[in-house]
Design a protein around this ligand. Structure first.
Ligand code: ACO
Length: 342
């Protein structure tokens, strides 16, 4: 076996866990495309404004009868096929989402039934746009600790249901979709080398949805006041995203004793091209290292990097053995960066 060209923090001398690989990925986006030209007819905006401020050209919107669990299940089936496993082999399903089908039961339970993963335990996690890395790390821990052999991790969102389509400040930014990965114990590790996660609940009001929880249960008044739509302070969110993403990315690289030039592909949260460029500039990333698909899908929150990861693998941008830096930021505030050996 050739010597590895980086440090695997999971494989320190006192490391007790089993190796964990990402053995398959998959994604799904709804058929309906909503272009910037379509939005020009809905709110006072322009293709030029949206493109220059965000880089987004179009996004996908799920059908009325297509729920987060349906998109999650579709992405999961593709990940299962790509991993060459059977749904019955899955021990655990983790769904990261801020747009579950309903308050309870969890979307993960609904997915478990839809894909026939009859042996699997299932739960959701909520870390907004950072959810997929949070969920990958949780799934990997279950495998390393020998609790599970096969874990299905999904990021899935139907953000179109919590966007105020009359608010031009937010409605142009978001889209629907799902991405999934299968984690499994395999002798050769091809999983997360490290994941650096963080949060700052003191800034929760930069990006939140006030209605529908225990603080403000759904009522006639709450709906009339539009409390079931997401709210965002775009400028402050932008600044915090740039700082948190670059700090987390640097820490993840440092833990693996990696230089950014050794990374084949950087997969950032697909929220805004200007955020991606600002983070890339500060990290010294070459443009050809960065995977961007936000022009097609907008910000799909927890699904964002999951969809991008699958697309990068399917299009051959990432080959087996390549090192990937995934870096995310979202409501909470939450952020995370992971180094993945694909
Ligand atoms: N079309 C035309 N004009 C618009 C639009 C629009 N769609 N939206 C806002 N404007 C106007 C504003 O009203 C404002 O007008 P004013 O100056 O007359 O008041 C003007 O454009 C400038 O608005 P800014 O807020 O200064 O625009 P900015 O350059 O900051 O871009 C944006 C706004 C795109 C939202 C940016 O701040 C951003 O991307 N923020 C980060 C969002 C993000 O990354 N979220 C990630 C987490 S998401 C999650 O966790 C679910």
């Amino acid at each position: 076996m050739t010597a590895k060209r980086f440090k695997n923090p999971r494989a320190e001398h006192n490391y007790q866990g089993r190796p964990c690989s990402i053995v398959g990925v998959g994604s799904y986006v709804p058929d309906r495309v909503l272009t910037n030209a379509d939005l020009e007819k809905m709110v006072e905006t322009s293709d030029d404004w949206i493109t220059s401020r965000t880089g987004i050209k179009e996004r996908r919107v799920a059908a009325e009868n297509e729920f987060t669990s349906d998109m999650a299940a579709a992405a999961a089936r593709r990940a299962i096929a790509s991993a060459g496993i059977k749904a019955e082999e899955i021990d655990l399903i983790i769904v990261a989402t801020i747009t579950p089908d309903m308050m309870f039961p969890s979307t993960a339970c609904l997915v478990q039934h839809k894909i026939g993963a009859v042996r699997a335990a299932a739960f959701d996690i909520e870390a907004a746009c950072s959810g997929f890395i949070y969920a990958l790390e949780i799934g990997q821990q279950f495998i390393m600790s020998r609790s599970c052999n096969t874990v299905l991790v999904i990021g899935a969102e139907k953000l179109s249901t919590i966007v105020d389509w009359k608010d031009r400040n937010t409605c142009v930014l978001f889209g629907d979709g799902a991405g999934a990965a299968i984690l499994q114990n395999r002798p050769d590790s091809h999983g997360l080398l490290t994941a650096c996660m963080g949060a700052d609940g003191g800034k929760s009001e930069l990006l939140y949805m006030p209605g529908g929880g225990s603080m403000c249960p759904a009522s006639g008044q709450s709906v009339a006041a539009g409390l079931h739509f997401l709210r965002m302070d775009g400028k402050e969110t932008f600044k915090n995203a740039v700082t948190a993403m670059q700090t987390a990315a640097r820490e993840a690289l440092r833990r693996c004793e990696l230089d950014i030039t050794q990374i084949k592909c950087v997969i950032p949260h697909q929220a805004n091209r200007r955020i991606i460029e600002a983070v890339g500039e500060r990290l010294g990333v070459r443009q050809d290292q960065v995977f961007v698909n936000l022009d097609k899908y907008g910000n799909t929150s927890a699904a964002s990097v999951a969809i991008a990861f699958d697309e990068a693998v399917r299009t051959g941008v990432i080959q087996r053995g390549d090192l990937v830096l995934m870096v995310v930021f979202g409501a909470g505030l939450t952020w995370a960066a992971a180094v993945i050996e694909w």
